[in-house]
Design a protein around this ligand. Sequence first.
Ligand code: PBG
Length: 326
Amino acid sequence: MSFPQTRLRRLRRTPAMRRLVAETRLGVDDLVAPLFVREGIDEPVPIPSLPGVVQHTRSSLRAEVAELADLGVNAVILFGVPEHKDAEGSGASDPDGIVQVALRDLRDDLGDRVVLMADLCIDEYTEHGHCGLLAPDGTVDNDATLEVYGEAAIAQADAGADVCAPSGMMDGQVLAIRDALDDSDHEQVSILAYSAKYASALYGPFRDAVDVHIADGGDRRAYQQDWANAREGLSELREDLMEGADMVMVKPALTYLDVLTRARAEIDVPIAAYHVSGEYAMVHAAAERGWLDLDAVALEQITAVKRAGADMVLTYFARRLAELLQ
Ligand code: PBG
């Protein structure tokens, strides 16, 4: 018997056949759109390092989320850009803070049609740009920060968030937030924990988007994870599940697909991956030079993230992909 040389290629012959045997299907239901809303502006402000992404006004945000919903994207995550920052990041828990008013707007407009997630951190609201409160010696004070995270969670839940998504990488943050939510009659609000979040250089464009500059040339390596470590990422995921996380996240996405795959093998709750600002910006920069096909690379990358184990992907490509997937 001669061995058939085309054995594996038979099933790749036509588009219909390829669709039939596809192991991974990317759909609009997999997408979560990260959106920025800025206090005190009358017109949306483009973010140069994130082409196609803007800082929204309250009203342009409402329009964008309605359009996303019409395209089938039924989850968004909000980030706030406040007019004033302070040492404690008080805008994060102010009932009139920009994310809280935006959540109320969207809940009024859309009811339960869209899952409203709120990033829960204080770096956008602090003058020093760190994700936690600073101790007198300038280091981030873990336990003092947990208190303000609890307050922010209550403010977000009061404003209508379905999901609080703590991204500050403080130890014990999920438990503190779960307790705060339960004690304030918000047992229904779920927690998407940024669990395996790495101290990545790929967040650069995001920090432009939220106007965050870490004081004194500092960085987040004392609380975000070292990119050398995968097992430690799994410990973070397990810890967050024990503390009560309903969903967990690996972030960034493409440089941590191994972590994602290992998490998928071990963990049964929904897993999100965040295809972050730098990952998006790189594709755009190359596409602008004519070096890459933007749509094809976006589809390939986000499908790969799903193939590696993510149930949902936070991505600035959400709108574009939803248009392509119609
Ligand atoms: C922290 C936060 C960051 C991102 C999401 N939440 C920035 C950081 O940790 O410095 C980055 C997202 C991206 O790069 O797209 N609040």
